[in-house]
Ligand binder design. Sequence first.
Ligand code: FAD
Length: 447
Amino acid sequence: VGRSGGVGEVAVVGAGLVGCLTACYLARRGYEVTLYERRPDPREAAPERGRSINLAISERGIDALRRIGLDETVLKAALPMPGRMMHAPDGTLGFQPYSAGGQRAINSISRSELNRTLLDAALGMPGVRALFEHRLTGLDVDSGRMDFDTPGGPVTHTAPVVLAADGAYSAVRGRLQFLPGFDFSQEYLDYGYKELTIPARDGGFALDPGALHIWPRGKAMMIALPNPDRSFTCTLFWPKSGPGSFAELDTVERFEEFFAANYADARALMPDLAGDYAHNPIGHLVTMRARPWHVRGTAGAVVGLLGDAAHAIVPFYGQGANCGFEDCVELDRCLEETGDDFPRALAMYGARRKEHADTIAELALENFVEMRDKVASRSFLLRKRVEHGLERLLPGRYASRYELVSFSTVPYAEIQRRISRQRGAVAAGALGALAAVALAARALRRR
Ligand code: FAD
């Protein structure tokens, strides 16, 4: 279906990060693609307030962009962050490189800029068009008939292949949830997030732009990523209720007082804290799991899920978009392997990707505890030193989990298997070393 010059088209619902990249990959294979997007054209409208302003793109995302020739364009607008900068309550700073050599970096990038670049790239390819202000409100899974709300009133389109890239609260997935045998779960964290800004100071960055800044505070934390305009976007992750929560600190006075007491160095750099508090909404953090990621209709249509529509995860490993970009690569690979048999390719893609998406969802939840609590501890620093030492000692044979998640394309579930093998080997090595020391001590005593 849908190859240029053939019949029909592929409908991609959602022209966000993953939808646009999907369109690029499909257009390269010769498909006719229509992107349906609920918002106005982002190249003409201001970005929505409260959606994360910047995000970290690492090797998986870059690899997906590289395969379609977009990595250089995207990275030109990115700021590399080769490590984390810890901010203690007394303002003491501590830098921790992400990789053993200190050269590997994750990249801070503006979400809206990235979206515009990907949209431009998609629309620059033959066979791709975008219909903005088209909000999907209904879908007949069997026939691929889609209903949209538009400023001119309701309209209907039909496509033999419908791909959902409409985000965590996917309307397409919402339709699939009614089907027998379709599993879906959502799990909210008891935490919310709010974005704050550290503006440029005297025309320069107020903090080191070569780091992802973290204010670990045990049960809560704040992070900050640099922007090309020399500001930082900070994201405050606080409990929703209880002590030190958004619910408790519900007036600007209480918020400011608590913030100044716990994030004093950042407070001094935020002239409009009260404005940010008042205007930026509290975002929710949710993990969503769905299965299967594709459904075949009885009247010939097929519907597939990609990106957050298939697997929304919490942001603490900086992998949501990276993982979504990997979906595009895998779908492309499956289309290649099946000779562009779309239903078979979607089944294969879902079967291959699901365990990896489930794994990164778990890792992202675990990393929250690490970031808000453990990164400040001595044992964490020691572990990092040992890991980096082993990486230098055993290049290619030992790599930390962070290294494999952020600086490789080893599938997420394979990382978990590799880490347990490595732990077993290190434990055996350590036991061997202890035994050797004990034998040497005994021999010395006998002398
Ligand atoms: P979205 O980006 O949500 O795009 C969905 C698109 O579909 C939107 O354009 C939307 O308008 C459109 N749409 C929705 N409903 C409809 C409808 N009914 N009809 C038509 N169109 C519709 N990921 C990283 O890799 N690194 C990070 O550092 C990172 N940081 C994050 C920080 C925060 C605070 C959050 C919340 C997320 C972060 N993420 C990060 C995750 C990342 O933002 C998502 O994984 C990514 O945006 C998913 O892309 P998507 O295209 O699947 O969905």
